[in-house]
Design a protein around this ligand. Structure first.
Ligand SMILES: [Zn+2]
Length: 104
């Protein structure tokens, strides 16, 4: 699966707990890909994907650099706030929503 953020296609790769070091997901800025835990509740998968999409957005736009100047924790705090505030408003295309539900 993949998402398009600011015109950039970002692959989504499913990984094991071991590979993610017990995290639910991450945005790998070197590979420009999102990695998600393979086995996850659907609601948590969706929320985690939103979270990682926001990290990708901050990287693509360069805002991650500005946030780094504020504090090493600023990006994560802003990303969590975004994830909480916009979870129900965030829209993925139908293919991604079906993929999140495990239908494809
Ligand atoms: Zn994060």
């Amino acid at each position: 699966m993949q998402v398009v953020i600011c015109g950039l296609t970002i692959p989504i790769v499913l990984r094991s707990e071991k590979a993610l070091k017990n995290d639910l997901g991450l945005f790998d800025s070197e590979k420009e890909q999102i990695e998600l835990l393979r086995r996850m509740d659907i609601k948590i998968r969706r929320k985690t994907l939103i979270h990682e999409c926001f990290h990708a957005f901050l990287f693509i736009t360069g805002y991650n650099e500005l946030l780094q100047d504020i504090s090493p924790n600023a990006e994560e705090a802003m990303t969590r706030a975004f994830e909480q505030a916009f979870n129900d408003l965030f829209v993925f295309d139908d293919d991604v929503e079906r993929w999140i539900r495990g239908d494809i």
